[in-house]
Design a protein around this ligand. Structure first.
Ligand code: IDP
Ligand code: MG
Length: 137
């Protein structure tokens, strides 16, 4: 069965939207396999977002993702990567459709509430960055 990595970012935690994110993923039919509340370190943030290191927004991205606690999770289900991305909506909340998390809950591109892996390979890499094998049920 396919797995994906999802994380409620610090803005989502600050705004009390963790439950809303989990509710939508569970309602869709994805199964929660791992979850915790953590403060992402600058080292972990750099590993997570290594592909964006050359981009102009990289500094803002690292500052934001380390600005408060986040809730990383693993969800499992048919086409889990695609399903999660569909529920999240476009990267820029201005463009995200209503009915998606980013479409319904924000307007800033940096503070876009939720992360989701973009491929099966990214999902496995990100799951192993955030979770030890014994933390996944
Ligand atoms: P994704 O989160 O939808 O996969 P990515 O392109 O992987 O989008 O970018 C990672 C994160 O970096 C985004 O979620 C967003 O918070 C931030 N980001 C992406 N593009 C921009 C930009 O053009 N300006 C500012 N921040 C951006
Ligand atoms: Mg991405």
């Amino acid at each position: 069965m396919a797995r994906t990595f999802v994380m409620v970012k610090p803005d989502g935690v600050r705004r009390g939207l963790v439950g809303e994110v989990i509710r939508r993923f569970e309602q869709k039919g994805l199964k929660l396999r791992a979850m915790k509340l953590i403060q992402v370190s600058s080292e972990l943030a750099a590993q997570h977002y290594a592909e964006h290191q050359p981009k102009p927004f990289y500094g803002d991205l690292i500052a934001f993702i380390t600005s408060g606690p986040s809730v990383p999770m693993v969800f499992e289900g048919r086409e889990a990567v695609t399903v999660a991305r569909t529920l999240m909506g476009a990267t820029d909340p201005v463009k995200a459709q209503p009915g998606t998390l980013r479409g319904d809950f924000g307007i800033e591109i940096t503070e876009n509430m939720v992360h989701g892996s973009d491929s099966a390979e990214s999902a496995e890499r990100e799951i192993s960055l955030y979770f030890a094998p014994h933390e996944i049920v």
